[in-house]
Design a protein around this ligand. Structure first.
Ligand code: NAG
Ligand code: NAG
Ligand code: NAG
Ligand code: NAG
Ligand code: NAG
Ligand code: NAG
Length: 800
């Protein structure tokens, strides 16, 4: 495997629905009328989500009221089956949750509560107690897993046993074993079937425990590529020198760690998605050389080891930087194929090469490809000038003296002798004249060098602060960074306002406000501009990305070997850091995959992915379509099936399953020759033989449907769904892509038992070639009236 890959230190994160949070607070209500003598106490009965939850934004008040009344009635009916009569049920229930949360709070005795918990439709029943725990890494609250008080929505998290029994590995920059996030409190000894090991290499202090049960490093590919670095004492060890691996592994499965913050901002309990899972770190990325830090050979070795060791989920936040690689020349594609063959779910980052189309990486159909979006938290640090205030965000550790405004300058006006205005505009290294920027707030344009590096350039030239303004392509994507000086980041349009003030005013002055944490911000989520977009450059027949998850401003554990900015001259050290990238969204999904595995140990990687994709949500916390960073509606090439919604994915009703042989047939259909096939299927006597006529690419049983080159003669796509829930009748509904007619046959599926499979056909016809030009998008939904199994549809009509 030749060639180095950039680890793409991708960092980005997202957040929760205000409506739901409002309801969560009410769960603490204790009915004063509950009589102690009857040994009754209050319980919360959690039934999952309402099927109507994602439609709430589009309903008018009367429809909403009717839906809520119906939901409340169903709660009375359910409790009546236990209490024997509807009036008693009505009396016992003191809260019906009828919007997003489905459930109720009621006064019950212990026997009644236990009886309720055994009903199939009940997710969990738990006492209505007050808890102090804060789960404010925020993203898990945004994803509906935890409440602000750690109580209500914790129900589905608890049902998934917080990922207990699951082992999650990552392939990354290694791990900082001393981090609080890898404490093994209460976990007990290492599982007996674990075959991994704790390689210390040349680091005697490196250690594993009952949480961090394995660590290995693979640097031979790096050493042979560019030689061992002379300035990395950790090179021959699994110890994380860069922070990225510690961050991603703790996001997937870190133990709850209270009091985590970045310089006091975002203070709360940092936790991974599967907080009770065990973890293993596979180090393959080292000090970047010319932007590349992880080598193919090392990556493949890590996959090999991880499969052997016995991980259940692999989180892989690395990949190419928008280059096209065929699967047979891509160690991540090959390694992950083998992992998937062994039943391991492999979750990968989509890359940070957006918003240009078709720059997405990690696109093989056996990978789970994750884009990045925001959450409903901000680290506000606004800019004030000439009576105007524009919104900014920052995690700077020091702030300006807020009493008197500072002189401001457009960096273009501050070029150092011999440096161009263009270089100064971007605040490239050494491009600013200290005489011109001393004591001032310098306004720099985004692009080219790292955001925090611009801050360092301004700091070194003697500037007092920095405002980082977006260029047009980054739109409203604002990222809070732990800058080395007081600095903030503003959006494109606000930046234009500021630039025009600097141009007109003879002695411009302004202020950067001290950063503060705000939550429940709207809209959220929206797509990050950097999140790589489809269509897949390798295989446009498969929609990628698959899904989006929090990837902007994610707080998780960090290494002590480097600063939060990773700049050499920054001497600060932090236990937790906020970074952004699809690297951060990937481990969110890996952590949730761990929960699904804990609930459904026998599910294939394809079933796990299907569950998450078909239950993803397409609306934000304003009830409108998820937007892109210019605040226009985002499509499937940006957000895939939508935003991950864990609690619903635990019970998806139907799944689109796939076996390793289906992927091999897919490669046959791509006309891979025998030697390329052997990379995936093995060679020699046992070599896999392609069928004479493999199934069409569009018929791969994927949870999304893509039809390319649709002509007037139309086409038909096949899919098979497996019932993983209760027996029942499912009806198909379709939202046609503009100009295309989609019909489903049969459009009703009857399932008599769990595990049953049914096949159906989806027919595509061009209705109006003018409307259907290039790519257009629709949706297929199977529903039993309560659950919705949703698939995005992508159609490309052939230019006449
Ligand atoms: C974080 O919150 C905890 C609990 O509220 C508090 O004790 C601690 O001082 C806070 N830490 C910071 C850095 O604000
Ligand atoms: C890094 O890039 C420079 C310029 O392209 C080149 O001269 C140098 O050899 C490269 N270094 C390595 C280790 O590849
Ligand atoms: C500053 O604000 C005042 C009052 O709104 C306005 O009249 C003036 O044009 C502004 N100056 C600049 C340079 O934008
Ligand atoms: C957002 O979508 C609009 C409409 O498709 C498009 O014009 C714009 O370039 C997109 N912005 C980004 C940052 O992707
Ligand atoms: C198989 O395909 C690969 C990739 O296109 C090519 O490099 C190789 O030479 C082919 N092998 C044979 C035996 O045709
Ligand atoms: C679609 O058409 C293009 C150009 O005509 C061709 O290269 C491609 O192979 C076709 N794809 C499929 C799936 O038929």
């Amino acid at each position: 495997m030749a060639g180095a890959r950039s680890s793409g230190v991708r960092s980005m994160a997202a957040n929760s629905l205000p409506l739901a949070a409002l309801l969560i607070c009410t769960l603490l209500f204790l009915d004063p009328a509950a009589a102690a003598g009857e040994a009754r106490s209050s319980y919360v009965v959690y039934l999952g989500d309402h099927a109507h939850g994602s439609r709430l934004g589009g309903l008018d008040a009367a429809d909403l009221a009717a839906l809520e009344e119906k939901a409340a009635g169903s709660h009375h009916d359910l409790l009546a089956t236990i209490l024997g009569d509807k009036d008693k049920a009505r009396e016992a229930i003191f809260y019906s949750y009828t919007k997003h949360i489905n459930g109720f709070a009621a006064n019950l005795n212990a026997a009644e509560a236990a009886q309720l918990a055994r009903l199939p439709e009940v997710v969990s029943v738990f006492p209505n107690r007050a808890q102090q725990q804060l789960h404010t890494t925020r993203s898990w609250q945004f994803l509906g897993l935890s409440g602000p008080d750690g109580v209500s929505r914790g129900a589905s998290w608890r049902k998934a046993k917080f990922g207990e029994g699951i082992i999650i590995g990552n392939i990354d920059t290694g791990v900082w074993p001393e981090s609080e996030s890898f404490r093994d409190h209460g976990l007990g000894s290492v599982p007996k079937n674990w075959k991994g090991t704790c390689e210390k290499g040349q680091d005697d202090k490196f250690h594993c425990n009952g949480k961090l049960i394995g660590a290995r490093f693979f640097n031979k590919g790096y050493a042979s590529g560019v030689g061992a670095p002379s300035d990395d004492p950790t090179f021959n060890s699994p110890r994380d020198n860069g922070g990225h691996g510690t961050h991603t592994l703790s996001t997937a499965a870190g133990a709850p760690s209270p009091g985590a913050s970045v310089f006091g901002l975002g203070n709360g309990t940092a936790t991974g998605g599967s907080p009770r899972a065990r973890v293993a770190g596979y180090r393959v990325c080292f000090k970047p050389v010319n932007g590349s830090s992880c080598f193919e050979a090392d990556i493949l070795a890590a996959f090999d080891a991880a499969i052997h060791d016995g991980v259940h989920v692999l989180s892989v936040s690395l990949g190419g930087v928008g280059d096209r690689y065929d699967y047979f020349e891509d160690s991540i594609a090959i390694g992950s194929f083998h992992a998937v063959r062994h039943g391991i779910t492999v979750v990968c980052s989509a890359g940070n090469s957006g918003p240009k189309p078709s720059k997405i990486s990690n696109v093989a159909p056996w990978m789970f490809t994750v884009g990045a979006s925001t959450m409903d938290r901000k680290f506000s640090s606004d800019v004030v000038f000439n009576g105007t205030k524009i919104k900014g965000e920052s995690l700077s550790s020091n702030t300006l003296n807020q009493k008197t405004p500072y002189p401001m300058i457009d960096s273009t006006q501050a070029a150092a002798p011999g440096r161009s205005e263009d270089e100064a505009q971007l605040c490239l290294k050494g491009s600013l004249d200290p005489k011109k920027v001393h004591g001032k707030i310098v306004v720099c344009l985004r692009g080219d060098n790292a955001r925090v590096a611009k801050g360092e350039v301004v700091h070194e030239a003697g500037g007092a602060g920095m405002v980082l303004a977006n260029d047009a392509s980054s739109g409203n994507e604002i990222i809070s960074d732990p800058h080395v000086l007081p600095a903030t980041h503003v959006g494109f349009h606000d930046g234009l306002l500021l630039f025009s003030y600097l141009k007109i005013d003879k002695a411009p002055v302004g202020m950067i406000e001290k950063p503060t944490t705000s939550v429940y911000t709207k809209p959220a989520p929206y797509m990050a501009a950097f999140s790589s977009q489809g269509p897949s450059p390798v295989n446009p027949e498969i929609l990628k990305p698959d899904i989006t998850a929090p990837g902007v401003g994610v707080i998780a554990a960090w290494t002590r070997a480097t600063s939060p900015t990773e700049l050499d001259n920054d001497k600060r050290r932090v236990a937790y850091n906020a970074i952004s990238g699809t690297s951060m969204s990937c481990p969110h999904v890996a952590g949730i995959a761990g929960l699904i595995k804990a609930l459904h140990p026998d599910w294939s990687p394809a079933a796990v992915r299907s569950a998450l994709m078909t239950t993803a949500i397409e609306v934000d916390n304003k009830g409108q379509q998820i937007l892109n960073s210019s605040f226009a509606a985002a499509g499937p090439f940006e957000r895939g099936a939508g935003h991950v919604w864990p609690s619903r994915s635990f019970n998806p009703a139907l799944v689109y399953d796939l076996s390793p042989d289906h992927y091999l047939e897919f490669l046959c259909a791509l006309k891979y020759n025998a030697s390329s096939m052997a990379l995936f299927s093995g060679g020699g006597k046992a070599a896999y033989k392609c069928p004479e006529s493999p199934p069409k690419l569009q018929d791969l049983n994927y949870p999304s449907i893509t039809v390319l080159n649709l002509t007037s003669s139309g086409t038909t796509v096949k899919r098979t769904v497996k019932n993983v829930g209760w027996p029942g009748k499912f009806k198909a509904a379709v939202r046609d892509p503009p100009g295309v007619r989609v019909s489903v046959r049969p459009d009703v599926l009857l399932f008599a038992k769990k595990g049953e499979e049914k096949t159906f056909e989806v027919k595509f016809e061009v209705k109006n070639a003018k409307l259907a030009k290039d790519y257009s998008f629709g949706q297929l939904v199977w529903s039993n009236g309560k659950q919705f199994v949703k698939s995005p549809i992508v159609v490309q009509t052939k230019a006449a």
